[in-house]
Design a protein around this ligand. Sequence first.
Ligand code: DX5
Ligand code: ZN
Length: 218
Amino acid sequence: MQRLAPSILSANFAKLGQEVTDVIDSGADIIHFDVMDNHYVPNLTIGPLVCEAIRPITDAIIDVHLMVQPVDRIIPDFAKAGANIISFHPEASNHIDRTIGLIKEQGCKAGLVFNPATPLYYLDHVLDKLDLILIMSVNPGFGGQTFIPEALNKLRAVRKRIDASGKNIMLEIDGGVKVDNIAEIARAGADTFVAGSAIYQAGKDADAHRYDSIIAAF
Ligand code: DX5
Ligand code: ZN
């Protein structure tokens, strides 16, 4: 199953509720929710309060991408706020297995995120416990960056490991995903595609139902 996950990082925050319902009504599957702390990454975005605010307006999966350090203490807040998936970066956690356990204890699905230079050995002892693996195809912190092609090799390697495990683990790609590279990314093994600027920037100046044609193009 392939899923499109618009990143609300590029949405118009002055009308965020509408921006969420619009992409879901236009056929997107997941809301990707980028949390940045101006510490682990050089940008500051949104937290559990915003997650709680959008939870009642959609049944779609809310996929929280934590770019924060420390990680653990914010997890219960996001679970209470209605997150369905919570992903974190191994470098930002002191105890990766513990953080995964904490996410699952809170009733959420757990994801591990790999920056462009993060080695895949972090999967070695925890892959079976994961629900999602997120491969970053940009360095985290900002929307609108250019896709780093090396991410394709990483996707192929992770796809092999997931298939060998026999587990149902989502393989997500995040950063620089566009209409013109998504086919190649899918061939490399991704099944869940985050797209921020390619959806929200493209839709900014258009009319009502403005995301229909943009999302259909993916
Ligand atoms: C970057 C974020 C991404 C970002 C993607 O740190 O994790 O989710 O919003 O934006 P685009 O699709 O514009 O690269
Ligand atoms: Zn993200």
